[in-house]
Design a protein around this ligand. Structure first.
Ligand code: RET
Length: 242
């Protein structure tokens, strides 16, 4: 039987596929910034595959009476680090800070995935562990990365701030949906949760990627000029963004 969850997943797959067009276009027309476009194309490209699988109900398992979509968690584990990598690339903050962000991200997702299948109070303790990792991630994006960043021009800094704010605002809703969905208290049905998450995923991925591609000329300008770049790599110096 065709459920509403699979229908929403199909809508998600189409949206993500359309969202992959701008970075592919960029790859063709602006090869100098290949790494940026590849990261962006990966974000929506991987999600297209994950949503297509969910549309056919592939990889859906039931554990402790709860339905878990494996493609969803695999998608998040691959694509959220790519989003963070792109943000860090804008500020050119170096490998250490990217690694910190990615570790906090992967750990929070794994804890969220594990908590779904646990029962009893430990489940909420594991979920709380995920929320703590999310706190580290938000701190890094708001405080640490801007402090370490070397924005080559004002437009790149503005692009970073816009994408960073969009990311934090949207990502904060995921643990809320986790609590409301069958993964948590079960106040939302599986179909409703799929609709809400598909919608959140589309904005945090396809809209993020579209805004990023639109802002790539700022990076192109910066690459060409390389003027006004100020290296601020410790806490004593004036932050370049807040
Ligand atoms: C979980 C539960 C554990 C605690 C926290 C969570 C946050 C998940 C996030 C997911 C973001 C996903 C994105 C997908 C894009 O397509 C795992 C729900 C904090 C932030 C951006």
């Amino acid at each position: 039987m065709i459920s509403t969850a699979t229908t929403w997943a199909a809508v998600g797959a189409i949206g993500m596929a359309l969202g992959t067009i701008p970075p592919l276009w960029g790859l063709r027309n602006d090869p100098a910034r290949r790494t940026h476009y590849l990261a962006l194309a990966g974000v929506t490209g991987v999600a297209t595959v994950a949503y297509a699988l969910m549309a056919f109900d592939v990889g859906t398992i039931t554990a402790s009476g709860r339905v878990v979509s494996i493609p969803r968690y695999v998608d998040w584990l691959i694509t959220t680090p790519l989003i963070l990598l792109f943000l860090a690339m804008l500020g050119r903050t170096g490998r250490g800070s990217v690694l910190r962000l990615v570790v906090a991200d992967v750990v929070l997702l794994l804890l969220g995935g594990i908590a779904v299948v646990l029962t009893g109070p430990i489940r909420w303790a594991v979920f709380a562990g995920g929320v703590v990792c999310f706190g580290v991630l938000v701190y890094d994006l708001y405080v640490r990365i801007p402090r370490l960043a070397t924005f080559s021009n004002e437009r790149t800094r503005i692009l970073f701030v816009t994408l960073r704010n969009l990311t934090i605002a949207l990502w904060t809703l995921y643990p809320v949906v986790w609590v409301l969905a069958p993964s948590g208290l079960g106040l939302l049905t599986r179909d409703m949760a799929m609709l809400v998450i598909a919608y959140l995923d589309l904005i945090s991925k396809a809209a993020f990627v579209a805004l990023a591609v639109d802002g790539m000329d700022a990076i192109a300008d910066a690459d060409r000029a390389e003027t006004g770049a100020v290296r601020v790599d410790d806490g004593d110096s004036t932050p370049t963004a807040d």
